[in-house]
Design a protein around this ligand. Structure first.
Ligand code: KPL
Length: 300
């Protein structure tokens, strides 16, 4: 299969490098990472060890591919969709935080699948990504139900040795992931702690409040996600990733813009549509945005 992986951050590089074990992969990313991948391929270390040589470019030239995997940060989704509009794909699959597949679907002619990935990834240096935890890719039709294209993409991922589940209940799964990220990411980023710090109070209670609020908004959106289910997903993720630095904490460490808009910001925005109050998400979003403005990575 010809696969374009748009976005060569930590997760995109990991997924692209692993997919290259079975497919012809092109990574679209930034220098100096892209140059290093061109020179020496990608080294994957940690929980998965691999060395592969995907093609890499800083500028997508519109070439056709069977599959485009979108792994850019959520705030770059619209720009990614505009660039991808030059190409043609049998199917596009989002592996991003938030509800980015909605933005892709609104801007692209190609069918768009929703996906989530719980693999832990960290870019150690250009050309070298560490897999900090073997998780799972879950993908499927955006509005739920079955889609033969999802089955084909799932097989392509599995052929490359990536743990993958094709699911028929993506809306619930996307909101469940959003509820977990709403609880974990901002709290760990603001407190500068590993995910495991949320095992105990006061972090645990703060994260649980943000997760509970998100589940409530999901239900208002017509998605069946109980508080109990969302909270148990939160507990599972915190335990399974206790040594990890969340993606938002990694952004804060690197003084980069975070995905707060796509996570707590989305919860606040959707809550407003339903006249629900989500004070914990609102406060977490405001604090992260204050940090971003203070660091000059966001306009006031
Ligand atoms: O998705 C994650 C992230 O860091 O963005 C979790 C699951 C919280 C793992 O760190």
């Amino acid at each position: 299969m010809d696969v374009l992986v748009f976005g060569a951050g930590s997760l995109g590089t990991l997924v692209g490098a692993l997919l290259a074990r079975a497919h012809d992969v092109t990574l679209v990313g930034r220098d100096p990472h892209v140059s290093r991948v061109r020179e020496g391929g990608v080294r994957v270390s940690g929980a998965v060890e691999a060395r592969t040589a995907p093609a890499a470019t800083t500028k997508y030239d519109g070439s056709a591919a069977d599959l485009a995997v979108v792994a850019v940060k959520s705030f770059d989704t619209a720009a990614a969709a505009d660039a991808l509009g030059a190409g043609s794909f049998e199917v596009v699959c989002s592996l991003q935080n938030g509800l980015a597949e909605e933005t892709l679907a609104a801007r692209l002619d190609a069918p768009v699948l929703a996906g989530t990935a719980t693999y832990g990834a960290r870019l150690v240096e250009p050309g070298h990504v560490e897999c900090t935890g073997v998780g799972r890719v879950v993908l499927g039709a955006r509005s739920g139900g079955t889609d033969p294209r999802a089955e084909r993409v799932g097989k392509a991922f599995r052929d490359a040795g990536i743990e993958t589940l094709v699911a028929s209940d993506m809306p619930r799964r996307l909101w469940e992931k959003l509820a977990v990220n709403a609880g974990v990411n901002a709290v760990t980023a603001l407190a500068r702690v590993e995910n495991g710090a949320l095992t105990d109070d006061p972090g645990r209670e703060l994260a649980r409040r943000a997760t509970r609020e998100t589940a409530r908004v999901a239900r208002a959106e017509g998605v069946s996600l109980s508080n109990r289910r969302a909270l148990s997903a939160l507990d599972e993720v915190v335990t399974a990733t206790e040594a990890n630095r969340s993606s938002m904490l990694q952004d804060v460490d690197d003084e980069k813009r975070t995905e707060v808009d796509a996570i707590n910001g989305t919860v606040v925005e959707r809550a407003e549509r339903h006249r629900l109050d989500v004070p914990t998400n609102r406060t977490l979003a405001a604090l992260l945005r204050t940090w971003e403005v203070g660091r000059g990575v966001r306009k006031a």
